[in-house]
Design a protein around this ligand. Sequence first.
Ligand code: ISE
Length: 343
Amino acid sequence: MAELGRELRVGVVGAGGMGTRHARNLLRVPGVRVGAVADADPGRAEALAKDCGASRVYADGYELVLDPEVDAVVVASPDPTHASYVLACLEARKPVFCEKPLATHAAEARAVVEQEVSLGRRLVQVGFQRRYDPDLQALWRLIRNGVVGKPVLYRTWHRNARAAYGPRSNAEVLVNSAIHDLDEVRWLSGQEVRAVRSVVGCRVDRSLAEGVFDLQLIQLELGDGALALVELNLSAGYGYEVGAEVCGERGSITAGLPAGAFVRVEGDARVHVPADWLERFDAAYAAEVAAWVEHVRAGQAWPHAWDGYASLVVAEACAEALATGRPVSLTPEPPPPLYVTPA
Ligand code: ISE
């Protein structure tokens, strides 16, 4: 682990869109150097290394993890490889920032939790960037301040202009996309999910694989009896939008509506809608890696591996609800004490 005060030398595994975004954001954090990059595609690895002044380039991410000149690792490789790289980092006792999802199956995420608990240190941070979004943070604070009384309904919408990846199943959409919403509801409510119901429908994008639908509607029942309704749309067409409304006993709060300059022209009025998550969450991505660096120094990652695991348990319950057409009940376990202290 990097000592307090010394420069933090970060290695980035995965030189695609998110690896590049995190590396560039890290360059803006004082006391951080991006020293190594790994990608199976040598051209991509070289290009990112050049971009951020990294002197070492690997084709194999596991070699990067073991590099003695790498203090901490960013994992932004394809989803199915996440858990294995995170376990390698834990094995090497190195702090790791892992893009969401922490794994593609809850059982793999559970193995990460168990390994971390056995080390007794919170070394894993999961890239649930919405927790660092100023709008959603304001919503979290207003809920905590009791502005609308006890929340009874969390309604979230997550609209992609078009599916940017080729999901092969509705379960993959849950693990890659809806995982954000499942984490957001857990975070905003401070509650675990005790039952899920799920439906899919509509094929707007004809290029989606057979059996994959554009729309998923997920209904969650939370530990305190509140409900949540998650709308996940892969093909909204008009742009990218992520927002939430919380209805409480005394009122409602909405966050995340497209904002910025409100233009009235030629008998029309409009605001800009972001094109994708990179634009919508620009500030959040910068804030989450800056926070990660602080967490590495303080030894208290957040959101942590338990958050990564708990969200996958709910995602798998949603997949089961879709497959069976029936509600699925969950019995949430209390997190191990390692995850109880807030970061
Ligand atoms: C993508 O991987 C993300 O993480 C985005 O935040 C999400 O909105 C999108 O649906 C995912 O495919």
